[in-house]
Design a protein around this ligand. Structure first.
Ligand code: GDP
Ligand code: MG
Length: 226
């Protein structure tokens, strides 16, 4: 759950990247790690098995500092997507403030996406988290053949208020936009609940602008083997 330290003007948020196995959750964190200014980036800790699949979770702490002296610490975590790791997913999701759902755009993965999405709903409920937790959906792997079309994504977006972002995480494309969208949604929630804007003396637009002002351009994720 969000931690406030108002005297120090510090807020800590927990953000979880959720989705089916191999949709690109770890790659999103790797791509973010390459864009975060050096001063703000913590170490990307990833625990992988030999076949490169996330065994437990990845963790990337990012610290944003605004000129007005406000500090936002974001703990970015991924869950393992494999069905058998459900208890790990539940633990990682505990106390999440926002969720980025990373879907795989390939038509062959449609069922895996749906299953992971249902699993997310179950685990939100199991953790006592609201079903309307701040969320964005990323359709990753837009570079591959046999993917769901732009028109399908647009139709999908029209059916729900959750923002939908296309991405090619191995090239760093759409990765920052996904996190920005998520922090916008998180801001709206915190502003409604705690009148964040009033406390911090900023509005959402300048908050987001400030957070990302020193970020670098998207870079390819080296070691990506796709
Ligand atoms: N073609 C393609 N491959 C990707 C993309 N994003 C990730 N991958 C590959 O998909 C595989 C699984 O990615 P990973 O981040 O480990 O998935 P995770 O299980 O969700 O953490 C790796 O081989 C990645 O290099 C993408 O945008 N396009
Ligand atoms: Mg992973």
């Amino acid at each position: 759950m969000v931690q406030f330290n108002l005297p120090r003007r510090e807020i800590t948020l927990k953000v979880v990247y959720y989705g089916p196995a191999l949709s690109g959750k770890t790659t999103n964190l790797q791509a973010l790690h390459l864009m975060v200014p050096k001063v703000g980036a913590g170490r990307l800790m990833t625990l992988e098995t030999r076949d490169d699949r996330t065994l437990f979770f990845d963790l990337l702490p990012v610290v944003f500092k605004t000129r007005s002296g406000f500090k936002l610490k974001v703990k970015l975590l991924t869950v393992p997507g494999q069905v058998i790791h459900d208890s790990t997913r539940r633990v990682v999701l505990q106390g999440a403030d926002a969720v980025a759902f990373i879907a795989d755009s390939q038509i062959s993965e449609t069922e895996a996406n749906k299953q992971a999405f249902r699993n997310l709903a179950d685990n939100l409920a199991a953790n006592g988290l609201p079903p309307d937790l701040p969320m964005v959906i990323q359709f990753n792997k837009r570079d591959l053949p046999d993917i769901r079309s732009e028109a399908e994504l647009a139709a999908f977006q029209r059916l729900r208020s959750t923002p939908v972002h296309p991405a090619i995480a191995i090239h760093g494309i759409g990765v920052r936009e996904t996190l920005e969208g998520l922090l916008r949604a998180a801001w709206d929630r915190l502003d409604r609940e705690f009148r964040m804007g009033e406390h911090l003396g900023v509005d959402r637009r300048s908050f987001i602008q400030e957070l990302f002002r020193d970020w670098g351009p998207p870079k390819p994720v080296f070691g990506a083997d796709a």
